[in-house]
Structures are given as C-alpha cells and as structure tokens.
Design a protein around this ligand. Sequence first.
Ligand code: IFM
Length: 456
Amino acid sequence: MSELRFPEGFVWGAATAAYQIEGAAREDGRGPSIWDTFSRTPGKVFQGHTGDVACDHYHRYADDVALMAELGLAAYRFSIAWPRIRPDGTGPVNPRGLDFYDRLVDTLLGRGIDPFVTLYHWDLPQALEDRGGWTVRETAEHFADYAIAVHRRLGDRVRTWTTLNEPWCSAYLGYGNGMHAPGRTDAGDAFRAVHHLLLGHGLAARALRAAGAEILGITLNLADVQPADPDSAADAAAVRLIDGLQNRIFLDPLTGAGYPDDVLAHLSGMVEPDFIRDGDEKLIAAPLDLLGINYYSPSYVAGRPGGAGGGAYPGSEGRVEFLPPAGPLTDMGWMIEPAGLTRLLERVAADYPGLPLVITENGAAFADRKGAGEAGGVADGDRVAYLDGHLRAAHRAIARGVDLRGYLVWSLLDNFEWAEGYRKRFGIVHVDYLTQRRTPKESARWYQEVISRNGL
Ligand code: IFM
C-alpha cells in the first residue's frame, strides 16, 4: 500500500460523550437525565447497565488528558452534560457543574489540545422530558439558554462549538422506535423532535454567534444509502425515501433550502406538521462554519411492497427492505465498507458546497480480548484495519477535492454504548471497568504513529 499524507494542519483527534464516560451521576449537583431514567427501566439497556460510574472520567480526567497528549491528539471532542449545568433544565445555573468543564478545558489547553465542545449528546434533563421533551417547542428555547450559560463560562477558551450530536438518533430512536431514551414510540413525536432539535440548534447557533463563538457547527450521522439493484426504479425510490429521512431532512433546512417537499409530503401522512411555524426554517438556517459527519457503515435498501422497513425510519414499513449487512461485520453487526465514507463525503461536498467538513466520529466495536497482545495489551488488528481503511477512504475524498479538515476517532475510551451497555467496546484505549485501569490498545499506538506522520 502506498504512503499517504494528509494536508498540512489536518486535525487529528478523538471523541467521547458525557453520559458515556463521566460517571459521577449524582455529584456536584448534577440532576437526572433521560438516560438515568431509561437505563433504570427494566429491559431497556443490556443487563441494566447505567452511566452511574462509566469510565469515572469525572474524577480521572487529568490522567485521561495526559493519555491524549501522549497519543499526540490535537483535538478532543467531548460533550457537556446539560443536567450538570441546569439540573432541572431551566432553573439556576449550577456553578459546580461548570467548574468541571472549566478544569477539563484548562487541562486540555495546558497540554496543547484544542477542546471541541458538543452541547448536546442525548442527555436531556429529565425535568424537561417531563414537560414534553423534544416534542415541545420550549425545549428548543431552553437549549439556547443553556448553550449561552456554557459559553459565558468557557467561551474565552473554547473556539469550536457544536450544538447537537446526531439529532437523527435523538428523534427517531428516542421518540420513534423507543430504542433510546426517553423510549417513546410515536412517529409524530419523532418528527416533532426532529423539528425542535433543529430549531434548538438554530436558536443556540444564533445566540452563540452573537456572543462571539468562533467556529460553529452541528454533527450529523449521515447515511450512505445505496440501492440493492442500481438498475431498479423501485430501489431508487427506496433510496430517496431513506436519504430524505436521514440526510436531507437535516441538511436542507440547515443550509437554507428548507424542508424538502418529498419529506414534508411523507411526514404529513403521519402527523399534521403544524409544529413548523413561519420563520422557523429561517432560524434553523443559521450560518455554519463546519459540518461534523459521523460515519460507520452504509445501508443497502430495496423498494418492496410489504417490506419490513427500518424501525427507525417512520413510514418506511411496507415500502422498504433493508438488506442484511454483508461481508465482515463489526461487533455491532455493522457492515464494513470504507468506500461508503468516500461516497458520503463527495456527495455532501457536491450537494451542499462551501461547508468545511470534519469527521467527528468513525470507529468500530470489536470483541477485544485483554491480554491478547504483547505484555497483556490488546491486539485489535481488526480495529486497526477498519481505521486504516476509513482513513484511506477519507484521503481519497480529499484528493478528489472535498474540503475535509479533520478526523476524530470514536472513541478514545471503551465506554457506555447506550442500549448495549458496556458490552460493546469502541475505544482505542481499553478500560477495565472493575479497576478503571486504562490500557492503550494496538490501535492507539497505530493512531499515535498516524498522527506523528500526518499520514499512513
Ligand atoms: O457511541 C455512539 C455515539 O454516542 C454516537 N455515535 C455512534 C456511536 C457508536 O454507536
């Protein structure tokens, strides 16, 4: 394989999220989030795992940052827990919650690591869910207030602000098929949530910009949707439907084109879209400085009357069949196809030009065995191959003209993988949950080398 170099200044980093790593669920005034409630609801999370302790990062952040520095990371993407800052979602700001992120940011900067803040990675304060959650408009307004409270404390040191992580998951998995918190199962609620999440993004982005935030973005888990048969018109229609529900429903309004007509027609069959008010689309289209893309795997779909549909795509039942993933799979059962990343990056660059892109998540869960590597390490060659393939795919997109500015591996640490609990390991660093010992896997050492060469 040839040697590849990335552009000068390409940002190498790693990502995590608050509920997945912090623990300290009841400390320093943190209020309950929807994930605290959901993980305690029998049958929702593998073996009843919770984020109560997770990786105990709340107490071990300084050592974790030292590890990041050792690996040579230039950027660290983490999320702020809204229930630490406003324990009941709306009331007074909890200074002790902000203190934690203050310490984290200073520690990162002290090691030369650029903090990439995500304001919402799924941990809505439970008090707000009790008042309707993302299905009601007020939540969007409360989100903007919370964003400003965080900016007030960290804005003098944090340059890069991401409003939401993967609103597709918050809306469709949280309110549509119930796989994620808060576990509601109503198609109308899922679309209400899509809209209010986007509105929350728009309101927060405007407020942050006015407050002087330097780089503003949002992270989407976009799908590379492919037809089972490239010559089939029915399959092309299935692609259009799923692409509309996962990609265009977010990208079009964010970039000023408003909701796509075909998507509006589709959702109007399930819910009266009266929650979209005049002027909302303009608010959602707040100018963006970068778009974060999370990519793991492609989807192959066929248009089939009576098809099972995708549980997470409201209204796809009876119309679409998702092909079973083929070839080597990750431990999540996800197909491995790096070419999907090149296709996705090129498509976004072509259809939504002028938007700098960052891969804010990419990585894989594998059934790592501690002790399989030298001196009791973790030999995760399958993860190295996955990452290597996807970095080559990203490089291909850059070579073809895509403005890709950085790559953040998911994830720095093994962590709480939502409904899968701790049984799926995405980290390049192994975490022993009994001792909280961190052990860099072979993939971490490989990534360290990639960073130091700025290439492969
Ligand atoms: O762990 C998640 C993360 O929180 C959001 N993106 C996908 C990852 C893997 O499932």
